[in-house]
Write a protein that binds this ligand. Structure first.
Ligand code: DGL
Length: 279
């Protein structure tokens, strides 16, 4: 393959649904001239309570689809899928480059003054060994408060960012943390950055919120630069969106969340593989 043909292949971004759009937004800021493929596996959203085995199979199917599309790097823009499958995928596809999400306990533990940190993530992220390992490595002397924010992913999938139910879920998660004097709140689910304004309204200056998306975008750029795989294009790239759910819904919410008017392709699962949906 010529240098151009290999470096100008797309960056693939994967989430259970719309959460990965918070990472795509950061990637577009960092790497505006790259081409992207975004896939939301909305036939299976939410991922948060699925078993590690089920998540691994889904992430494997998505990875095969991305490889067929020529992805030069795969960004698992989902903490839940990263926790369940990143290690497995790297072992199974050693030629393929992956970047994943890791709960940002390290910066939170470094920056906290009260030595109390809150983490918001899905149940599967909290159960995985990745979370246990970041807490073990980085939380020394810091007390961690966890919440799974039950129902919040579903609200964000529907675009309900500041409705009554969303605010109730956020208060249930954050009020006890604030009561306990938490001063850093780690968003360890990529859906949650879309409710940062609502979180900040509740927190009212008592804590700061850590969104890992910009750091993940910089990491992606670093990896591509190291491998000499940054695009040579000088104009904004193209983005292809795919969903295993309803394309109209994803189109409306992509516009609402990140201001992009995209056309969305539908893909369908068949026996563990993703295919273009034929009408
Ligand atoms: N956005 C995802 C995450 O980062 C998954 C949410 C879900 O599907 O439950 O964990």
């Amino acid at each position: 393959m010529s240098k151009k043909a290999s470096t100008n292949r797309p960056i693939a971004v994967y989430d259970s649904g719309v959460g990965g759009l918070s990472v795509l937004r950061a990637l577009l800021n960092e790497l505006p001239n790259e081409d992207f493929i975004y896939l939301g596996d909305q036939a299976h959203v939410p991922y948060g309570e699925r078993s590690l085995e089920a998540l691994r199979e889904l992430a494997d199917g998505v990875t095969r689809f991305f490889i067929q599309q020529g992805a030069k790097i795969i960004v698992i823009a989902c903490n839940t899928a990263s926790a369940a499958a990143l290690k497995y995928l790297r072992a199974k596809y050693p030629e393929q480059i992956f970047v994943g999400m890791e709960p940002a306990v390290k910066p939170a533990a470094e920056q906290t003054h009260s030595h109390k940190v809150g983490v918001l993530a899905t149940p599967s992220t909290f159960h995985g060994e990745l979370y246990a390992s970041v807490v073990e490595r980085f939380a020394n002397g810091v007390e961690i408060f966890q919440s799974t924010c039950p129902g919040l992913v579903a609200q964000i999938e529907q675009g309900n960012l500041d409705g009554e139910e969303t605010m109730r879920i956020l208060h249930d998660a954050l009020d006890p943390m604030l009561e306990a004097d938490v001063d850093k709140i780690v968003l360890a689910c990529t859906h949650f950055p879309f409710v940062i304004p609502q979180i900040e309204a509740i927190v009212a200056g008592r804590a700061t919120v850590i969104d890992p998306a910009p750091a993940v975008a910089r990491q992606t750029a670093r990896v591509l630069a190291q491998k000499d795989m940054l695009s040579t294009a000088t104009k904004p790239g193209r983005i292809h969106f795919y969903t295993s759910g309803n394309p109209k819904n994803l189109q409306a919410i992509t516009h609402k969340l990140i201001g992009l008017k995209a056309s969305i392709h539908q893909v369908a699962w068949d026996d563990g593989n993703l295919h273009h949906h034929l009408k």
